[in-house]
Design a protein around this ligand. Structure first.
Ligand code: ADP
Ligand code: TRP
Length: 333
């Protein structure tokens, strides 16, 4: 990218981070920081309240995720790292945006339908307005790029529509946030999207490589029709957990297709294929885990990072929210 972007993203504090979060989101956070953009990365603690109701656990998860951010390579000099709730103006912006947001659009959004399906007894108002708060997260700092995984596309599209509509109605106010060119969906061990709130299909980025290897060997779903190593495999359609991840993380695979060809020709068996995958996961996670272990007892430092980041984020977001208030006719008397 030639010009400096305002890069913004957040992760909910629902639990420990998994490899899908790392590959779909966090690794991009680091790249954009390294490129010298204005980076703002937060923990979406308010969004977490739609699914997690244990205050102790929530507080703990927030601190652990900050340490994950730092271990992955973010630092408070290169990125503003903060908790969403430390900037009350985000909630205010969400309220202001909700006044002009048609309800129907929120009910039609696939991520909402998905959450309703998973929590049929827990369809709160917060769940319906989830994308409005997310739009406030994005539009408040005038983000121009939002690195997230593929599952977040509908929410991002909604934020873009809200910005466009607001600008048309009240005059130019918000930057239009762009998505990454390549958004991915990391498969879990069962071949479904890897997720922390899903069935036990995730790889915790803090698990030892040995445990990760064991989980893949025992539970990673490959082509169910390939019974013997001498049978030709179908990496593209029938292998739902291992090959799709090779495509994302194995250097050269997306272009050269060496593993796919070897699988189709029955030159490589599923066990060998899994071992190679875990070796490549190890290359990515080992430096992270080393750094993470050194931060294990740095909770005070993590809180300090959030405190300073919160102040900086607040200064930036406040400016936008004051403008929005003014445009909508709201006066602080
Ligand atoms: P989860 O879906 O596990 O609860 P979050 O919703 O907090 O995690 O997601 C945080 C970030 O990680 C988002 O940018 C999301 O798109 C990304 N992400 C989550 N799961 C995956 C996945 N399986 N593949 C790619 N990106 C993912
Ligand atoms: N909804 C996102 C998720 O579940 C988390 C999130 C909240 C977010 N606000 C955001 C991501 C703003 C990017 C930008 O993963």
């Amino acid at each position: 990218m030639d010009t400096i972007a305002t890069v913004l993203s957040g992760i909910r504090a629902t639990g420990r981070l998994h490899f899908g979060n790392y590959i779909g989101a966090v690794r991009h956070f680091v790249t954009h920081q390294q490129q010298g953009n204005r980076c703002m990365y937060f923990i979406a603690d308010l969004h977490t309240l739609t699914t997690l109701r244990n205050p102790e656990e929530l507080r703990g998860n927030v601190i652990e995720i900050v340490k994950d951010y730092l271990a992955a390579g973010l630092n408070p000099e290169g990125s503003i790292i903060y908790a969403q709730s430390s900037v009350p103006e985000i909630s205010e912006l969400s309220l202001l945006l909700s006044m002009v947001q048609p309800l129907g659009e929120l009910e039609r959004i696939p991520t909402f339908k998905d959450l309703v399906r998973k929590n049929p007894d827990n369809v709160t108002l917060g769940l319906v307005t989830y994308p409005v708060l997310m739009a406030a997260d994005i539009l408040g700092p005038q983000a121009t790029l939002v690195p997230v995984g593929e599952d977040q596309i509908p929410n991002l599209e909604l934020a873009r529509n809200m910005a466009r509509r607001f600008n048309e109605r009240f005059g130019q106010t918000f930057a239009l946030p762009e998505m990454l060119e390549e958004m991915v969906k990391v498969p879990g061990l069962d071949g479904e999207k890897m997720g922390k709130s899903e069935a036990d299909n995730a790889i915790d980025i803090n698990s030892s490589i040995e445990i990760i290897r064991k989980r893949y060997l025992e539970r990673g779903i490959t082509d169910p029709q390939r019974l013997r190593a001498s049978d030709p495999g179908d990496p593209y359609n029938r292998c739902r957990s291992i090959y799709p991840l090779h495509e994302i993380i194995t250097p050269g695979e997306a272009n050269g297709r060496e593993i796919a060809k070897a699988c189709i020709a029955a030159h490589i068996g599923c066990v060998e294929c899994k071992k190679r995958l875990v070796d490549n996961i190890a290359v990515i996670l080992e430096p992270f885990q080393e750094h993470r272990a050194a931060l294990a007892n740095q909770n005070d430092y993590a809180r300090e990072v959030l405190h300073e980041g919160g102040k900086r984020a607040r200064r930036i977001i406040k400016e936008t929210v004051e403008r929005v208030r003014d445009k909508m006719g709201i006066v602080m008397y």
